[in-house]
Design a protein around this ligand. Structure first.
Ligand SMILES: Cc1cc2nc3c(=O)[nH]c(=O)nc-3n(C[C@H](O)[C@H](O)[C@H](O)COP(=O)(O)O)c2cc1C
Length: 399
């Protein structure tokens, strides 16, 4: 989301300025081009030189330092940027922005900005809850601003309250979500994609189950990648892995739960990616109480629903169907069979039972099999890179 974006970072004079140094580093690490402007008060907390060295660009602090006769700097940065971030945003600058005051470089540039602005208000709790501050926040929200809610906790003043600068991970997550919501040019914008992930659990009794080694890493990486390309994603996950707050998630346990959850969304979906390792069998009966130890135990299993086959053969009305074939042997033969038998558009074949790929590791090597095309192998690499290739296939197929 952030990669390749031109971001204007406006820093105003709060105690949290030192934390924005780390935010700048993160934005650059994620591939953004960042230019920084600071208020005079912000310069009291951290020297502009720090931001200059990290952004590798002159830091703007004065409206009238016009070093380039060809441009007016505060207009130039406003026109150049794809997005602006104001962090920390002081109560003072917030009030100025809400009222259209342009009396320094930061407020002048922001008044000239027509692109989306993401603001991180950070201040004393009493300043934050003051009705005038709240009114100013509401005003900005009706314009091109997304205003974050500050954290609650121990403040620099020595007492607890709302107004703290949020964790960097929360800022990045909300910023990505915001960029996603305002980006119209993404290839999967307006498309609904369902992704399943993880190994289903089939209960034997309230504390025991059978399952498989799938961690859900591949499915979760695919959900994130589809979302990054603009899709409205529902992740139906049987995994215990965390997923970003911006992705709608339905937590499931058994194959039956997973099928129910997928069918609920299927009619409105444009694509389904079945990356979950669905258990083929489930115990015929789940004991209601924990089973007591016996000398011998025989369990009877019944066949689980074949979700992909059911979608491909009975339910499909134009949705793109992507399935996975996880095999220990004869990988490509089984995958070819699956492509036809399930009426899928793509089968992603991956070897399991090998240490460095497949289930429960960060890497994978896969072969993409689709109708009327020769198999294409994507060599061993990170699951997020593999996901990017699969989503690229989906985008091309949809076009
Ligand atoms: C030590 C110290 C910490 C401050 N922290 C904050 C803060 O976190 N948030 C805030 O709104 N103002 C804070 N202020 C007050 C602002 O610096 C002051 O309102 C200033 O005028 C803001 O200028 P600016 O909005 O142009 O950057 C702090 C002031 C001092 C002296």
């Amino acid at each position: 989301m952030i990669e390749g974006k031109k971001i204007a970072l406006y820093v105003t004079g709060g105690i949290a300025v030192y934390k924005v140094v780390d935010l700048l580093r993160e934005l650059i690490k994620q591939g953004a081009e960042v230019r920084v402007a600071m208020t005079t008060s912000a310069c009291e907390f951290v020297s502009p030189l720090t931001f200059q060295v990290l952004s590798k660009y002159t830091v703007y602090t004065n409206t009238f330092t016009e070093d380039n006769p060809e441009v007016v700097n505060h207009i130039n940065i406003a026109d150049w940027s794809d997005f602006s971030v104001v962090a920390p945003l002081t109560a003072n600058t917030l009030a100025k922005l809400a009222n259209g005051i342009a009396d320094n470089f930061v407020t002048s540039a922001l008044l000239a900005t027509t692109n989306p602005v993401f603001a991180v208000p950070t201040m004393n709790a009493n300043m934050y809850t003051n009705p005038v501050t709240q009114e100013n926040i509401e005003r900005l929200k009706t314009r091109n601003y997304k205003v974050m809610t500050p954290d609650t906790g121990f403040l620099a003043e020595g007492y607890s309250g709302q107004g703290r600068y949020p964790e960097k991970s929360r800022i990045i997550e909300e910023l990505e979500s915001y960029i996603h919501s305002v980006s119209n040019a993404l290839p999967l914008k307006g498309k609904k994609v369902i992704v399943t992930a993880g190994g289903t659990k089939e209960r034997i009794d309230p504390v025991r189950y059978i399952s498989n080694d799938s961690s859900g890493k591949m499915g979760h990486a695919l959900a994130i990648e589809a979302w990054k390309q603009g899709a409205d994603v529902t992740l139906v996950s049987a995994s215990q892995l965390e997923s970003p707050a911006y992705i709608a998630r339905v937590q499931v346990e058994s194959a039956q739960d997973m099928q129910d959850a997928v069918l609920k969304e299927f009619d409105h979906a444009d694509a389904v990616i079945m990356a979950a390792a669905v258990s083929d069998y489930a115990p015929v009966k789940m004991e209601e109480q924990k089973m007591k130890k016996k000398d011998e135990l025989t369990l009877q299993f019944k066949k689980n629903p074949d979700i992909l086959k059911d979608l491909g053969q009975k339910k499909k009305t134009g949705q793109v169907l992507i399935g996975f074939a996880a095999e220990t042997h004869e990988l490509l033969n089984y995958a070819e069979e699956k492509l036809t038998a399930k009426n899928a558009d793509l089968i992603v074949a991956n070897q399991v039972g090998v240490k460095d790929r497949g289930f429960n590791v960060d890497q994978n090597e896969v072969t993409l099999l689709s109708k009327n095309n020769p198999p294409r192998t994507i060599s061993l690499r990170n699951k997020s890179d593999i996901s990017a290739e699969i989503i690229e296939w989906l985008i091309n197929f949809m076009n």
